[in-house]
Design a protein around this ligand. Sequence first.
Ligand code: HEM
Length: 248
Amino acid sequence: MTQHVDNADTAVERIHTPGVATPPVSRRWRRPAMIVFAVAAIAYVAYKLPPYLGLDPNEAPIPTDSPAHYAVLVGHVFAGSIALLTAVLQLWPWLRRKHPAVHRFTGRVYLVAGALPAAVLAVSAYPQVPGAGRVAVVVAGTLWSVTAVLGWIAARRKRYAEHRRWMVYSFAIMWGYGVWVFVFANAFYYVVGLDEATSMEAARWGGWISNLVIAHWWMERTAGRTIIGTPRRSRKRRETVESAPDVR
Ligand code: HEM
């Protein structure tokens, strides 16, 4: 059985599931994937953040009905931008390997200045958020912050495999809500031709749930098994590992 508590270096390369072999994650796609993540995050923030930098409610693309609502929105956008950009750094294997102290620091920034305040402010905006998909906002915001906290707790306990899993879930929810809602809502409305309320409802649920399912599938697959079984290439190795003595 693989050890449940692993060291940081091993955890960078492998994702552990008790009793299951853990093949190294393919490196071929890493660089292009990182570039896509970085470019998308920077482009999204560069497009969304500027109207809020002047702290002028009249410049906000979405209407606010009170100074308090505007303050919540600005706080959410600032913290969301920090979360999106620091998440790119957290996913960067080179940074984790070569500069673990920087990874730890930006991880704390992601949690304390990004995910937690952005999620709390998004959920607290519930009374002001227009009707369609409001419940999805509360569910996504809650899960976004809870997964980030669980990831941080796991890291503190040196349970790096769990840490990685929770953080990937947290990033997936954030991307799914923060970025895909914007893309999905426009696609449903302008391309598919759904009405505005249905587009928003579908995007607010579908964006983060689909991302979370993909993230979970990917975590399971790279842990040596898929949600529907064990990939052929890792089956033999898994049998070998499972028949080996328990080293815990
Ligand atoms: C689970 C994650 C998220 C949830 C639940 C969420 C929720 C919300 C909600 C409810 C609003 C509307 C607030 C209102 O009407 O007063 C909003 C607006 C906004 N959010 Fe998020 N958000 C999330 C993540 C992010 C992230 C990561 C960013 C990154 C920058 C972001 C950027 C924005 C922006 C820019 C707006 C203002 C709308 C606009 O200018 O187009 N959000 N968000």
